[in-house]
Design a protein around this ligand. Structure first.
Ligand code: TYM
Length: 344
């Protein structure tokens, strides 16, 4: 992990939307790596971004449940809420305040170029919420409110983190300061883009109408095994080299998932299974996935039985996040020319 050339000490921030259950994509592309960063001893701040979730309609009661469930998922996967800060975004109002400042720094043209905006708004962008359009600016606020230097994310968030860098650079330039870091995206490992189990050319997503396309972190062992056994593949055996997977997106996806779950490289997996058919590989993958994921599902269930304790953990995290965020917000407001005369 290289450190940006400025005065900022290493600090990790990342977030996940509680807009549905967590998927294997969220786990391998983000959560598993969040745990690794925490265990490397770097300061880590993780956020359930509920303000982002409401950029598309969310039923209020379900949003609350999904936020608690996502928090349970983080803890079950290995986030220790004492070592990391874990909280939900709306409890730290400075996110929305800095988000507004950044709405005035970011340019319409930058937002218009965001591929996720184009995908999510679709053809009927007139009917999309203003929040969905401004979404990347709030995401930049999430990151820069903590002067985070590194942001672990999956491949699909790269463009948003690059926009965060543009916002930081423009703010620093316009106001003649070196106040915000130029944050690095950290996109590492074998599964930075986990694909649908039904279509290896589409991203695995919590919003896919087909439940068989994804593994949910709450799926039980039988469901996990069945989904992998039924995953779409071709009829060829696995190739001798990675190169041989180039035009085989479904096979490549399963190899990458196997590699990420077993902490190996895709080449090591290919070396092990070269020449073998999916009749052998899929059951091995199903067993591995059950071994790695079912303890997480069981622990989530246990944690979900005590929602008050989850709320307490999120509240404690929000208090600690606020302590870091407030001085950075106050200084930002000062830099932008806002009068700060209340000292309560
Ligand atoms: P979200 O909620 O869509 O996804 C959360 C994280 O999971 C990763 N991810 C995947 N990785 C690999 N394969 C997949 N199929 C897959 N699906 C999701 C995402 O890349 C992400 O890292 N805008 C963000 C949330 C956010 C955020 C932030 C992230 C808001 N503020 C600040 C980092 C820093 C999002 O919608 O992620």
């Amino acid at each position: 992990m290289s450190t940006p050339k400025n005065q900022f000490s290493p600090r990790i921030f990342s977030g996940i939307q509680p807009s549905g259950g967590l998927t294997l994509g969220n786990y391998l592309g983000a959560l598993k790596r969040f745990v690794e960063k925490q265990n490397e001893g770097i300061e880590t701040i993780y956020c359930l971004v509920d303000l982002h979730a409401i950029t598309v309609w969310q039923d209020p009661a379900r949003l609350r449940d999904q936020t608690r469930e996502a928090a349970a998922g983080f803890i079950a996967a290995g986030i220790d809420p004492k070592r990391s800060i874990l909280f939900n975004q709306s409890q730290v109002s400075a996110h929305a305040e800095l988000g507004w400042i950044f709405n005035c720094v970011a340019r319409m043209g930058w937002m218009n170029r965001m591929t996720q905006w184009k995908d999510k708004a679709g053809k009927d962008s007139e009917k999309a919420s203003l929040g969905l359009f401004a979404y990347p600016s709030l995401m930049a606020a999430d990151i820069l409110l903590y002067h985070a230097t590194h942001v672990p994310v999956g491949e699909d968030q790269k463009q948003h983190v690059e926009l965060c860098r543009d916002i930081a650079a423009k703010f620093n330039h316009d106001y003649g300061v070196d106040f915000f870091p130029i944050t690095q995206p950290v996109i590492e490992g074998a599964a930075t883009r986990v694909m649908s189990l039904r279509d290896g050319t589409k991203k695995m997503s919590k919003s896919d109408p087909s439940d068989a396309s994804r593994i949910n972190l709450t799926d039980d062992s039988d469901t996990i095994a069945q989904k992998f056994r039924k995953a779409k593949t071709d009829s060829e055996p696995l190739p001798e080299t990675l190169e041989g997977l180039k035009d085989r997106p479904d096979a490549k996806n399963l190899v990458n998932i196997f590699a990420a779950l077993s902490d190996q490289s895709p080449t090591e997996v290919i070396n092990q299974y070269a020449g073998q058919g999916f009749g052998t590989f899929k059951p091995a993958l199903a067993d591995l996935a059950v071994e790695k994921l079912s303890p997480i599902a069981n622990e989530m269930k246990r944690l979900m039985a005590d929602p008050a304790e989850i709320d307490r953990i999120l509240g404690d995290g929000a208090d600690r996040a606020d302590v870091i965020a407030q001085p950075i917000l106050a200084r930002t407001l000062e830099i932008t020319g806002m009068i700060r005369s209340r000292r309560t």
